[in-house]
Design a binder for this molecule. Structure first.
Ligand code: PLP
Length: 369
């Protein structure tokens, strides 16, 4: 039995009755696709992030794919993104028909190393997709300057980064659009797959609303070839019930991250990443660098700490992405991270005694070496 579990969903939804009551109110309305709960959630999400438009879609992956499609990106085009990301980023790019072009990550933030972006730009490059991985942020002003210089639109993968900021500006609001995931294990979550796109651009908003609903201008007219990727009304009900907690959840995660940093930073064998002062990170994941990582990981599991590794095999070395043609060693920082990083539970339900237990366990491991 784990003393410190990774998944907090049983605690978060220990009392589902209030949500069931909301769902009971939904059923008699028959408002199951793009009705009132979806419109309400979109308005609240846009207000919360501080953008003009929020468009609810079927998944975080679609929240990345549809903006690329709205920008006209497809076969023969290239989209630059981070080597160190979750497969969904690369998958979303590939689903448009475009080729994902990877850039290595920063040694501390885990995010795209902006100084390596320009070398990846070719005449076929049509967009840049920075990833706010772990809830850290890309150095966005520098990235935006490169994007503007080359006339490239930016679509942010903010799926792990809700409420994160760079220079006081929120993730998702920098470029043409930003995509968020409401997957059960994201900081703002629902009871299945869902995603949200934010944009300040009226035309982008219009295209995204067409693209998520079969390209239908109205019941009878199809303006463009689209997709079926609507935010489910049932999930919008869950989202409306939870969205008001986003601020508190974020603050709790940030406080927990700071507590881990303070407890782990003096352990010989652990390196806490430098945390740039102009970034507000929201700790979707809490990750540090560990010597002898695999042994520490196993020791943690044995001691009842459900640690994780995000991610043990870099994407470019995965069988499913061999066709991208990257040779082993192309992304040395990403490779090093795959060997060094370890993640500890950082959710809003983890308690202080559990954080102390994790810290003591890690300390105990290195004391024994
Ligand atoms: C979760 C996530 C996504 C989207 O995944 P879905 O499962 O489709 O919601 C995209 N990018 C990153 C970095 C993610 O963590």
């Amino acid at each position: 039995m784990f003393k410190v579990r990774y998944s907090y969903l049983p605690q978060q939804f220990a009392d589902p009755e209030p949500i069931f009551q909301e769902l009971r109110r939904l059923v008699p309305t028959g408002d199951f696709t793009l009705g009132k709960p979806v419109a309400e959630f979109e308005r609240r999400f846009a207000d919360m992030i501080g953008v003009k438009h929020a468009i609810g879609v079927g998944s975080g992956t679609d929240a990345l794919k549809l903006p690329l499609r709205a920008l006209g990106i497809g076969h023969g085009d290239e989209v630059i993104t981070a080597a160190n990301t979750f497969i969904a980023t690369v998958g979303a790019i590939a689903e448009t028909g475009a080729t994902p072009v990877l850039v290595d990550c920063d040694p501390d933030t885990f995010c795209m190393d902006v100084s390596k972006v320009e070398a990846a730009i070719t005449p076929r490059t049509k967009a840049i997709m920075p990833v706010q991985i772990t809830g850290e942020v890309v150095e966005m002003p520098a990235l935006m300057a490169i994007a503007e210089k080359h006339g490239l639109p930016v679509v942010e993968d903010s799926c792990q980064g809700i409420f994160s900021e760079c220079d006081g500006k929120r993730s998702g609001t920098w470029g043409a659009a930003g995509g968020f995931s409401l997957h059960p294990l994201k900081n703002l979550n629902v009871w299945g797959d869902a995603g949200v796109i934010v944009t300040n651009d009226d035309e982008m908003d219009r295209k995204l609303r067409l693209l998520r609903n079969h390209g239908m201008r109205n019941r009878d007219e199809i303006e463009i070839l689209g997709h079926n990727s609507r935010l489910d009304s049932v999930q919008a009900v869950v989202g409306n019930w939870l969205i008001g907690q986003t601020h508190d959840i974020t603050e709790k995660r940030i406080a927990t991250g700071a507590y881990y940093d303070a407890g782990l930073c003096d352990i010989d064998g652990i390196r806490v990443p430098n945390r740039p002062a102009n970034h507000k990170r929201v700790f979707h994941l809490y990750m540090v660098f560990a010597e002898d990582r695999d042994a520490l990981y196993q020791y943690c599991l044995d001691q009842g700490v459900e640690a994780k590794v995000h991610y043990p095999i870099p994407l470019y070395q995965q069988d499913g992405l061999k066709h991208l043609g990257y040779a082993p060693g192309t992304f040395p920082v990403t490779d090093r991270h795959a060997a060094d990083v370890i993640s500890f539970p950082v959710d809003q339900h983890v308690e202080k005694w559990q954080l102390d237990y994790v810290i003591d366990t890690v300390r105990g491991f290195y004391a024994k070496r």
